[in-house]
Write a protein that binds this ligand. Structure first.
Ligand SMILES: N=CN[C@@H](CCC(=O)O)C(=O)O
Ligand SMILES: [Mn+2]
Ligand SMILES: [Mn+2]
Length: 322
């Protein structure tokens, strides 16, 4: 089996409405592409790349199922209305797979792909897959920026119930990505700028809180990451944004309340709600520092009426429609 499976355009289908000059729905705009044929374009290029891997979740003793996440999100994106006025290329690059349980190999493919997408001026939208996607995604952005020769600082903004700062001394998993990034930053003498919003006291051990403190992580707990506390959230985000040149945004769907996102490995009854996320996205878009995004941990077999997949798709729609 190849580690990079080409786009399956049969996932992109929907209603057939009367045409009025531009595409009515996303499915009408999506083109299959490959890294080899990607060229810089005058049009805005949105690059969808799936990470159909739940080996990291399995290793982290979680409930597997995230392997089917990317295609479930594509199906829900396909049926959303198009509001672009200017021509936009939505390119689907298919899915990275994990062959023979080689998680590091899958990460290598993903990193290389991200770096190539960025070097052609595309905006990557990655669909997971376990949250170990974050390690590979960050590495791809880092590689691209290092290649530009400027010493640019990447700020990681993770919307999540979990720090995912577990030690990887027993191997890399979906619980270790930001620990791994911190380690790499230290080795390369680069700043580790990590902001985690939605952290739950009931979902992280004291060891994880200690690790976060030792690494200088900026975080807000779920009790503070609410629309009622927007003033504090905004200050926290603005302070963080000031320190960084580019922002890599990663959304772990298990950070949402399970009322909104039941289809994940580790559901959160006390998670955040979409209103605070939309405010956060508005602020990040305004900053003009967003370089790449991903959504992780969708596990369709635990979803209800595709609620979590629909939420993921609508977040992407919200982001790129602005
Ligand atoms: N990526 C998820 N990480 C969580 C999972 C927690 C759980 O499975 O309950 C973590 O390791 O803390
Ligand atoms: Mn999580
Ligand atoms: Mn996570």
């Amino acid at each position: 089996m190849n580690a990079l499976k080409p786009a399956d355009l049969s996932l992109w289908k929907g209603r057939k409405d009367e045409k009025f000059g531009r595409p009515n729905y996303w499915y009408e705009m999506v083109k299959a592409s490959s890294l080899e044929e990607l060229k810089s374009s005058a049009n805005k290029q949105l690059a969808i790349l799936g990470y159909a891997v739940d080996e990291g979740v399995k290793r982290n003793q979680g409930r597997v199922g995230a392997i089917d996440g990317p295609d479930a999100i594509r199906k829900m994106l396909a049926i959303l209305p198009n509001h672009f006025i200017n021509p936009t290329d939505i390119l689907d690059f298919g899915n990275v797979a994990c062959v023979d349980e080689d998680l590091d190999g899958a990460h290598g493919h993903l990193s290389k792909s991200v770096s190539q997408l960025l070097s052609q001026g595309a905006f990557p939208i990655l669909l997971g897959g376990g949250h170990d996607i974050a390690y590979a995604h960050y590495a791809g952005i880092r590689h691209f920026l290092d290649g530009q020769g400027k010493n640019q600082t990447i700020g990681i903004i993770n919307l999540d119930a979990h720090f995912d700062l577990r030690s990887n001394k027993n191997g890399n998993t979906s619980g270790t990505p930001f620990f791994q990034i911190a380690h790499d930053c230290k080795a390369k003498k680069q700043a580790f700028e990590y902001c985690c919003l939605g952290i739950q006291c009931s979902a992280n051990t004291q060891t994880l809180f200690n690790t976060a403190d030792e690494l200088g992580v900026t975080y807000l707990e779920n009790t503070k990451y609410t629309i009622e506390h927007w003033g504090e959230v905004k200050n926290c985000l603005n302070d963080f944004l000031q320190k960084v040149d580019k922002v890599y945004l990663t959304i772990d769907l298990d950070g949402f309340s399970s009322a909104y996102a039941p289809g994940v490995s580790a559901p959160s009854p006390m998670g955040f709600s979409p209103d605070i996320i939309l405010k956060t996205l508005d602020l990040l878009i305004e900053s003009q520092k967003l370089i790449s995004i991903d959504l992780a941990e969708l596990s369709p077999k635990y979803d209800q009426d595709n609620a979590t997949a629909r939420l993921a798709a609508r977040l992407v729609h919200y982001l790129v429609s602005r």
